[in-house]
Write a protein that binds this ligand. Sequence first.
Ligand SMILES: C[S@@+](CC[C@H](N)C(=O)[O-])C[C@H]1O[C@@H](n2cnc3c(N)ncnc32)[C@H](O)[C@@H]1O
Length: 393
Amino acid sequence: MGEAANVFIEGDNLDVLPTLPALLGRAVDLVYIDPPYNTGNDFAYVDDFREDGSRRSRHQAWVAMMRPRLLAAREVLAETGAICVSIDDNEVAYLRLLMDDVYGEDNLLAQVVVNLNPKGRQLGRGFATNHEYVLVYARDARRTVLDASSSDGVDERDFNLTTPDGRRYRLLPLRNTNKKFNPVTARTLHFSVWGDPATGRVSTTPYDGAVEIEPVFGDGRPAVWRWSRPLIDARPDDLVCRVVKGRTGDRVDVYQRDWLLRDTPGGRRKKLRTIWLAEEVGSTDTAVAELKELVGHVFESPKPTGLVRRILGTMPDDALVVDFFAGSGTTGHAVALQNAADGGSRRCVSINSAEPTREGSNARNAGLLSVADITRARLQAVADTVGGGYEER
Ligand SMILES: C[S@@+](CC[C@H](N)C(=O)[O-])C[C@H]1O[C@@H](n2cnc3c(N)ncnc32)[C@H](O)[C@@H]1O
């Protein structure tokens, strides 16, 4: 395979997946897929009544379609890799059990709720559903390189203090403010430290001018520290003693200096929560707008690139990515955008079948005869506008 960031392969993914190892010459780091949701409109997955009176439900039909494809995907994944699957309420219960079966329930990393329709579904009766899911599984949870954190949730404005040499930081109480942690539940973290608010110095041993400080909650009940004694001794510059106004008057307390820029590659990162808001990752509406800008309103329910970019952010920036239900090519678009943003060298293989577009649809009227034509059109437009190149296999 050449060096283009985006590669497209037309075909049934069940046929194409086994050809990837020879084509790519290496294992895949990340699979992201958004399979058909089985809303009841998909002809392929209707209830199937047998002659003997038994019935195969549409869920069973959907699982029967998905199982061999998920197995084939597992075969191409690196031991350190991960797979993320978008799904909605129709099949989430079936997919979760199927994934447990194929990938192992110990390898479930998260069932993320994604708020893709912030206004909520207004059609039909009942609840205005405004979320779907992404199931995240590691190929092997002990070995995966997936880092469940992100650098974009960090708000620099929270770091309101600056040292004389210009380093930004904020103060966090060294005391553990979570009531679950107290001298009974975390005995070794309840001890006295000594501090001097005039100099800020903190120590685990008494010294001249220092006052003894015990960790206490706001109401005066005993609390515990977040750092052990050895950690406090090892990082004295990251702690400061200050006088603070408490409910019962002034008291002396100890704070951690939490630096904006840590000595970690990629800077400061924040643990990803399991509810992803449309304002953070985009919505179905913003996804339609993104596609419209490049190709036109030619696909009904694309995913926003922000959703895929957040997933990409959990993997190394040279990840080899595969989307074998590529649809309008959102994953390839997200890969090109992410590379442009951080200088990464990710590559993406998109696979989609030549499913015909509907007669009279925008896509058909634009000369896009199959969904594969839509994928191609978008990935070509991505290469033209964002860069990274495009290649077809
Ligand atoms: C829900 S859409 C994916 C949408 C995509 N995430 C996006 O943002 O545009 C699922 C896609 O899978 C494709 N598809 C369904 N069965 C397939 C198969 N067996 N092999 C390859 N593609 C398939 C359909 O043509 C459809 O475009």
